[in-house]
Design a protein around this ligand. Structure first.
Ligand code: ATP
Ligand code: MG
Length: 601
């Protein structure tokens, strides 16, 4: 492609709308344009990158025996009602765009495709002989994200590869899950990314276990905790660890103490001169279930620990059946507004005890009359602890479970693991923290969708059994931007060779010089013929402008038909290192070809 004829526009200044380097650079270098919140146009250079990434994804998927298809983006609500996810995905914090057609039938714009694929499996898989099956697609997904941001990183319309596999049994599924692990590892490696596979929370997709593939970058929205021995890595949402040991309590007898102005643990510990590991902290949440009921939740956890809200949400989801519900739509710390709505009297915030009376609750049809009381494991062994008294300005010390307070029946792990904690698999290892961009996610779904939607097959013994299922996603557009986030410098983008929109650019410093033009044209043709995707900067611009643009858009090799022509040579500059060498005109194509092949490995 000739730049003189190309749709191409670079910006000098950083666009105000962008916060992180990759987003700024993609806008400045003319790869993307913002059309609306979380909505972007992929301009020609970007589209080439996305196709490169897609091709790598395809090759790795096909190598595992998976087959490509294309599923509808418009999905009937009935399918989502069958799986029980319509409300979760369309109400409260649900992220599905829902609409009505002219016959007033409800539809959703596909955020993911478990329902559609399970319906297909239900209709077409009858016998174990047809299994396993693995279908995947590359498609635009729609999600009404609560906080779309960072360009393609969190869009409301984005490209995903999603695959779904169906199996007769766990063993067959495990084989595919392993194949996917390998395929994802290959994809990310081939795209030139530094990444880590981590244990993950399965979220609204569900299932018994999952792993995320995290591209490591400071701008990542996720936190990864890992150990240096390479044996443990998990998303902080899922991570477990050993808490520090509690210090023995300095209090020996039960007593109520005036503790004015100590509504935070820090102030309290300073006032009482005690360790936060001797304190039972009680945190109030409200959980809105999809049956329309709200439960107020009191979590007792050790003073220095924080609640992991993802773990808490999972625990509360388990309680859903008891409220005639399937799931929790929203979970939040009780705020002023909520308090006014549900509390009969002002709550003793900052001084709450584990036995806060249910009488505080102004119960109604929408509000459960009793607190859900949960104890995090960190509080179970505490003796002579400090906690609230349910009276503002007072705490109790020297308290014990089974004496002053009953230990809540539900003892769970809702504690947030943090960097510096000891690892469970080896207490000599401490957890380290890194930021990650979630690029891929592989899920063990088991039979949740096939059971809900009646997708069964007949096994060798003639019994009808629900299909075992897995699903596997890759954020293709997010991956492309993540590559930039990992690879740029002060001059612009430095694309990994495998996914660069073009591999080479021939720059003519002065288009008025016929010899420069002639050699450039010749090289441009010979490079393209050799399969090296090459741009020709034949614009009537100053050389400096051209060099700047080539650096900004990040093309791996720049060939300059400049001064060295007199000695039969051209200058070849490597974008990543800025290393420049003079090569004989006739050798350029073969040397570059080899170098590119090396780089792609
Ligand atoms: P996140 O936690 O970042 O919202 P997710 O868990 O919702 O991701 P999945 O449902 O597993 O994501 O989707 C598969 C992949 O699609 C993700 O690993 C990610 O790479 C990509 N993806 C998800 N949401 C977006 C988005 N809003 N914009 C771009 N890519 C996305
Ligand atoms: Mg999401």
């Amino acid at each position: 492609m000739r730049l003189s004829q190309m749709f191409f526009l670079t910006l000098r200044e950083d666009p105000a709308e962008a916060e992180i380097p990759s987003h700024k650079l993609l806008l400045r270098a003319g790869y993307i344009r913002r059309i609306g919140s979380g909505i972007y146009a992929y301009l020609p250079l970007m589209w080439r990158v996305l196709q490169k990434v897609s091709q790598i994804v395809r090759e790795e998927m096909n190598a595992t025996g998976a087959q490509e298809c294309l599923l509808p983006q418009l999905q009937p609500a009935e399918l989502w009602r069958e799986s029980g996810r319509w409300d979760t995905y369309t109400k409260a914090e649900g992220i599905m765009f829902a609409l009505q057609d002219r016959q007033e039938r409800e539809l959703g714009l596909g955020p993911t495709h478990e329902e559609v694929i399970t319906a297909i499996a239900r209709d077409s898989i009858r016998s174990y002989r047809q299994l396993p099956v693995h279908l995947y697609q590359l498609q635009t997904k729609f999600r009404d994200e609560i906080r779309p941001r960072f360009g393609l990183m969190r869009g409301r319309e984005f490209i995903m590869k999603d695959g779904y596999s169906f199996h007769a049994d766990e063993d067959s599924f495990k084989q595919t899950y392993q194949d996917m692990h390998r395929a994802y590892t290959n994809m990310l490696r081939r795209c030139g990314l530094k990444f880590r596979a981590v244990e993950a929370d399965s979220g609204a997709i569900g299932g018994s276990g999952s792993q995320e593939f995290m591209v490591l970058a400071d701008a990542g929205e996720d936190e990864v905790l890992y150990t240096d021995d390479g044996k443990y890595a998990a998303n902080v949402e899922k991570a477990v660890s050993l808490p520090v040991d509690a210090e023995p309590s300095k209090f020996t007898s039960y007593e109520k103490k005036e503790t004015p102005g100590t509504e935070t643990i820090e102030k309290l510990c300073k006032f009482l001169k005690c360790s936060p590991t001797q304190v039972v902290k009680n945190v109030l949440y409200q959980a809105a279930y999809d049956s329309g009921t709200t439960a107020l939740v009191l979590v007792s956890i050790r003073g220095e620990q924080a609640v992991n809200e993802v773990k808490l949400l999972n625990e509360l989801t388990k309680l859903a059946p008891q409220y005639g519900a399937k799931t929790v739509l929203a979970l939040q710390v009780l705020d002023e507004e909520a308090q006014q709505k549900w509390a009969k009297n002002p709550l003793p915030l900052g001084y709450i005890a584990p036995d806060l009376s249910d009488k505080y609750i102004r119960s109604s049809k929408q509000v459960q009359s009793k607190f859900v009381r949960l104890a995090d494991r960190t509080v179970v062994e505490l003796k002579n602890f400090v906690t609230g008294s349910n009276e503002s300005g007072y705490h109790v010390v020297g308290a014990n479970w089974g004496e002053q307070f009953p230990l809540p029946e539900l003892v769970v792990d809702v504690r947030k693991a943090t960097a510096g904690d000891r690892a469970i698999h080896d207490p000599n290892q401490t957890l380290q923290s890194a930021r990650g961009i979630e690029i891929g996610h592989i899920f063990q779904l088991g039979a949740i969708y096939s059971k809900a939607m009646g997708a069964t097959y007949t096994n060798e013994q003639g019994e009808e059994i629900p299909l075992v299922m897995g699903c596997y996603g890759v954020g293709v557009s997010r991956l492309a931007q993540a590559a930039v986030e990992q690879s740029y410098d002060k001059d612009g983008i430095v694309w990994p060779v495998a996914i660069a929109p073009y591999q080479a650019i021939v720059t003519i410093p002065n288009v008025a010089d016929p010899q420069q033009v002639e050699v450039a044209e010749k090289l441009y043709n010979s490079l393209n013929q050799a399969g090296i995707e090459t741009l020709l900067d034949d614009r009537n611009e100053r050389a400096g402008v051209k060099f700047k643009d080539a650096d900004l858009i990040g093309i791996p090799y720049r060939i300059v038909t400049g001064r060295s022509l007199s000695s039969g040579k051209v200058e070849v500059v490597e974008r990543a290192t800025h290393k420049s060498q003079e090569l004989a005109i006739d050798e350029v194509t073969s040397i570059l070809k080899e170098s590119i092949e090396q780089n792609k490995k």
